[in-house]
Design a protein. Structure first.
Lengths: 261, 281
């Protein structure tokens, strides 16, 4: 038998999606606006897009750019964040640089980057890289800073060198926090991917979306929004699987009860 | 590591006075000043000198905040003293090393490793083959009473169980000196007694030098060759008491022994005075 709590947990996301689509359907029927198709019309347009070879290639190209940008960002940001968390000198060198980049919308840098690197892959990947880096650096930094001193001392007593301690103690100890940063980074990768394709139109999911908008194909526009949203949900779900597998040792055992009465 | 066969009960004198005394650890006029957030200097340790002989079981006893942990960290090489020096086998202690194995008040287990993974960590780091390290570690885990918990993660253990893992993890890489900071403070009375007995057994077999910090007078007298009584504000050594009780020590015999009782009563009185002396200055 499945516990009622489990049923509720499994059904919750499905209910949320159904609720959202219903609200959309009702709103669009009520508004009767040509540029606001109903949920049903938008959903019906999805197979057309996914069935079209060129659209599919575009979407896959987007995903590829996103994966490359995300991958490079994670590979660079985790070591940097960890070093910053364990060395005050490294932190005080990089902190001001990061504080300058932090509030700048990464997409706003696109026109400048395009002047250097053109409108091709490199520009878009660089923008995705910038978008992903900051949360991953920040969370790696916080995670590394919070590592219990006595844990590092225990490692030192066993004969681990400072570098071994960074890789074999700080990294695993900070992993839950690092992965929180990566999860934020993944969502940001998706956002910067679409925005970059909106600015440098050439190919990609964002390109399909904004071309359809220009041509007034509103059901395609909304279908693309659903597809992008679904991509986000899938990527996040896959990531969550991986994350949960990596940090099972740190997950809390109990749900927080909403009330004790 | 040298293994000396356990002697029978006719062997009546403390180890330290039996063999030629070799000073394994020398603490020479060590002082430790901490900057507090109020920007005032806080003298945590003042002019501590202490010699620990090889194979001796030495307890450091004193009120909370008298600098017991700090002194242990200095010997461990985790903290370098503001002035003075600590030496191990005649060489200045410059940092931590596998010759001195700490067991911290806070356990400091690796939460991403299982019990077995934690205990195997030191031997593996020291280059012991995986199968051998595992066999040794399983034996140690059984010795500290955690058989069956090998594949548990630290978060799945109680505080007392974590402390036992921490002890096994340190014993696993065979340090010459054990530095134990209130290792049994978090345990229930029964487990505490059991682990004290186990520790004594290991110690009587391996003759490791042990520097043992504790709040408990009974525990200090029961285990030690020497009790170092500290007082606080500033942390100083108040008295060093040799505990001249026969070994191997059996708890049920010792509790009835008037000499044991006298040590406990005398040291408890001293403890009260040390605590009173430590009123904020
Ligand atoms: N990193 C630090 N910074 C500032 N002050 C410190 C620091 N570590 C210890 N102290 C101070 O030094 C004194 C000694 O601390 P220590 O932890 O060595 O005491 P202790 O004897 O081990 O106490 P307990 O029995 O409660 O564990 C305390 O007054 C404490 O406030
Ligand atoms: Mg302490």
């Amino acid at each position: 038998m499945i516990a009622p709590a489990t049923i509720v947990r499994r059904a919750a996301p499905v209910l949320a999606c159904i609720g959202l689509l219903t609200a959309w359907q009702l709103a669009s029927l009520g508004l009767k606006n040509d540029s606001f198709p109903t949920a049903l019309e938008a959903v019906r347009a999805i197979p057309d897009i996914l069935g079209d070879k060129e659209s599919l290639i575009n979407i896959l190209a987007s995903l590829r750019r996103m994966a490359i940008g995300f991958g490079i960002a994670v590979l660079v940001s985790i070591p940097l964040g960890l070093l910053m968390g364990r060395s005050r000198a490294v932190a005080s060198f990089f902190n001001p640089l990061l504080m300058v980049i932090y509030p700048v919308p990464k997409a706003a840098l696109m026109p400048i980057i395009m002047l250097w690197l053109g409108v091709g892959e490199a520009t878009k990947i660089l923008v995705i890289f910038l978008g992903v880096s900051l949360p991953v650096i920040y969370h790696s930094f916080e995670g590394a800073k919070a590592v219990e001193e006595k844990m590092l001392w225990s490692g030192a007593a066993m004969g681990l060198s400072p570098w071994q301690r960074l890789v074999r103690i700080v990294l695993p100890a900070a992993l839950p926090e690092i992965l929180t940063g990566c999860r934020t980074g993944l969502v940001l990768a998706l956002i910067t991917m679409i925005t970059s394709e909106m600015i440098a139109r050439q190919s990609g999911a964002g390109n399909i979306l904004f071309n359809a908008l220009d041509m007034g194909q509103y059901d395609t526009v909304y279908a693309m929004i659903i597809i992008v949203g679904a991509m986000g949900i899938c990527l996040d779900a896959i990531f969550e699987r991986v994350r949960a597998g990596l940090v099972r040792w740190s997950e809390p055992q109990f749900d927080m009860p909403l009330s004790f009465s | 590591m040298k293994v000396v066969p356990s002697k029978s009960s006719e062997w009546m004198r403390p180890v330290a006075s039996q063999k030629p005394a070799f000073a394994i650890i020398e603490i020479d006029r060590v002082s430790q000043v901490f900057q507090t957030s109020a920007r005032k200097d806080h003298l945590a340790l003042s002019d501590i000198s202490l010699t620990i002989e090889e194979g001796a079981f030495v307890s450091i006893l004193g009120p909370s905040g008298c600098g017991k942990s700090t002194l242990l960290y200095i010997v461990g090489g985790f903290v370098s003293p503001t002035s003075g020096a600590a030496k191990m086998k005649g060489r200045a202690i410059m940092g931590p090393g596998p010759d001195r194995g700490p067991v911290f008040q806070e356990f400091a287990l690796f939460p991403w490793k299982t019990v077995l993974g934690n205990v195997m960590y030191g031997p593996r780091q020291q280059g012991v083959r995986a199968t051998e390290a595992e066999a040794q570690s399983r034996a140690l885990i059984e010795m500290v009473g955690l058989k069956g918990y090998e594949n548990f993660y630290p978060k799945e253990l109680s505080g007392g169980m974590k402390q036992r893992v921490a002890l096994a993890r340190t014993l696993a890489y065979h340090p010459e000196v054990l530095l134990m900071d209130e290792p049994f403070g978090a345990l229930d009375a029964h487990t505490r007694t059991r682990l004290q007995n186990d520790l004594l057994n290991i110690w009587e077999r391996d003759r490791k030098t042990v520097l043992f910090v504790t709040h408990s007078v009974d525990e200090a007298v029961f285990l030690s060759d020497k009790v170092v009584m500290m007082s606080k504000s500033p942390g100083r050594i108040r008295e060093v008491i040799d505990i001249d009780l026969p070994r191997p020590r059996l708890r049920n015999e010792l509790l009835l022994d008037p000499r044991y009782q006298k040590y406990v009563v005398d040291i408890e009185r001293m403890f009260d005075e040390s605590d009173a002396a430590g009123a904020p200055s």
